[in-house]
Design a binder for this molecule. Sequence first.
Ligand SMILES: Cc1cc2nc3c(=O)[nH]c(=O)nc-3n(C[C@H](O)[C@H](O)[C@H](O)COP(=O)(O)OP(=O)(O)OC[C@H]3O[C@@H](n4cnc5c(N)ncnc54)[C@H](O)[C@@H]3O)c2cc1C
Length: 485
Amino acid sequence: MQKKIVIIGGGISGLATAYSLEEKAKREGKSVSITLLEKKNQIGGNILTERVGDFLIEGGPDCFLSEKPWAIELCERLGMGDSLLCTNDKFRKTYILWNGHLHELPEGVILMVPTEIFPLLKSNLISFSGKIRMGMELFIQKNKSNDDESLSQFVCRRLGQEALDKIAAPLVAGVHAEDPDTMSVKSRFPRFVQMEEEYGSLIKGMIAKRREMRRAGSKGNKPKYTMFMTLKDGLSEMPATIVRNLKSTEILTNREVLNIEKFLTSTPDTEKGMVSLPNYKISLKNGEVLDADTVVVATPSYETASLLTGIDDSISALLNKIPYTSTATVSLAFKKENISNPMNGFGFLVPRQEKRRITGATWVSRKFSYRSPDDSVLIRCFIGGSHNEKLVFLNDKDMIEMVKGELRDIMGITLEPLLTRIYRWERAMPQYTIGHEGRLSILDKKLSEYPGMFLTGSSYRGSGISECIKDGQITAESVLKYLFR
Ligand SMILES: Cc1cc2nc3c(=O)[nH]c(=O)nc-3n(C[C@H](O)[C@H](O)[C@H](O)COP(=O)(O)OP(=O)(O)OC[C@H]3O[C@@H](n4cnc5c(N)ncnc54)[C@H](O)[C@@H]3O)c2cc1C
């Protein structure tokens, strides 16, 4: 009999799960029927590309990391290899606002770890004592305890306060909208914890990794991809192409799920006679009820908590312990000729100490081609996150005035924009706080009491697009293993 799988949530996690299920089932000659339920009238979740005249604007994510290969691999398998777009690396610089001025992040600083001595020595961002302190990382003993640490504790212990204030903290505020004082280093940056363990030093670990890459490069394997990758026509191409390639998945939009119930059905088994197997009943807001052998819940954890309240309150309570924060992106386009700032980079980050109202900005038309006409520039600013969440809910007029004021103060732009676009992301950024990994282990144990129910998505094991795809693939594998055991 054909096995029925219901996936709840049509973001990249739900879609990647569906696509991977079809791929694997086909390869293994198994027959499955998949229904994907999405509450909005369009699929893609946080991935949202808009074309406005000749401008291409990303409302949510704008790229993925090539180091985490799952997004690139999926694009290749979907036949989108030619659409993959590298960054314009002649502008590969990031600036940090400090004392009201933009300072270049020294070349060779990867994430927050310096790997080249001269650019660091020349930098006017880090003080002399700060540079010495960062260099001392080479000699600092590794952590003896296995306890989780906050990013602040970890960076201060290894690289010093200045590296935290001027590099690590603005980076995580800009990228993950997280508070470094509560963010779990084990869950967000597991490779730093591994590097400390393996090399005794982040600097040594990073240098070893660079050498490895150079060696690969000298053997003629010139890297095909840049650190950040996107798609020429915008990231929405990815969910759209997945949908076009799904053959045995029924996608139903405007279908909000209200709750999930478990019930047992008796099924004949060749060895054991009759056995009781769990089935799931999925109730929708429009009154429809669906039955499934397996349910994959790919919604944000607080939403999942509410769907599971009838099943197991202790699972819901655990899910509700994953906090979320809200952010907004505001894109503005200007005529290029009237902007004096050379915008020689991908953009800038703003440390909390600067007390500004944006956490950073991407100079989109520098970072990627095909984003704006040649005579214009496109800038995307980030608002909100753990420290300034209330700004996300300013009305449109105040929000635009605020962002224009910030760009005037930071970049000297006094022009009126050619266009503006605001995208608010309410409770869209999961926060992996200290102990996240431990809570996930408890959650997995509790979920084992509900065979046939799987949770995936950005709330758990990585919130970048690529990590969501990887988790979807792992989930698909577990689903098939369960159904055809
Ligand atoms: C502003 C912003 C910028 C980002 N930038 C980047 C970036 O540059 N690079 C990167 O890799 N990542 C980035 N991310 C993170 C990345 O976009 C997300 O982690 C990822 O898209 C999450 O995918 P998901 O499918 O897990 O969740 P979602 O995209 O949230 O999808 C969940 C889906 O479930 C649906 N749903 C919810 N409740 C129900 C219900 N009851 N019934 C039916 N459907 C329901 C929702 O409508 C939604 O479509 C960014 C995120 C944001 C918000």
